[in-house]
Design a protein around this ligand. Structure first.
Ligand SMILES: Nc1nc2c(c(=O)[nH]1)N=C([C@H](O)[C@@H](O)CO)CN2
Length: 116
């Protein structure tokens, strides 16, 4: 399967279980691997693929409007968003990382894989 990817995408959203996390948005780091329903075309046309800049903008705009308690719920929500907004996406692997949230732990997070 041919894939595009966005790794290390930083985006802000309201996320977390605790009261202090409900007050301000946090920056999360996303790794998205996006499998396309057809092989890359030789046409050299952006319309033949998924524009990763638009994926990035769509995700950031969506996250500004959402608020979840759990990273797990957010991951499910983002997978649904990508499939609904980009019809040529057949498969998705998504990792979401919270930075510096636990003492002496570099990062915590979730990872999911979904097929349309
Ligand atoms: N499996 C999970 N565990 C925890 C989550 C989560 O989203 N999934 N979230 C928290 C808190 O919000 C944390 O980020 C702050 O300590 C704790 N555990």
């Amino acid at each position: 399967m041919d894939k595009i990817f966005l790794h290390g995408l930083r985006a802000d959203t309201l996320i977390g279980l605790y009261e202090w996390e409900r007050q301000n948005t946090q920056t999360l780091v996303f790794d998205l691997d996006i499998g396309l329903s057809k092989k890359f075309s030789d046409d050299d046309e952006i319309s033949q693929t998924v524009h990763y800049g638009i994926v990035c903008d769509t995700l950031r705009a969506h996250l500004r409007e959402q608020q979840f308690l759990l990273l797990e719920t957010l991951a499910n929500d983002v997978a649904k968003l990508i499939f609904s907004e980009f019809e040529d996406v057949a498969w998705l692997k998504l990792k979401i990382v919270k930075l510096g949230i636990l003492p002496n732990v570099r990062e915590v997070g979730v990872e999911i894989e979904r097929t349309r």
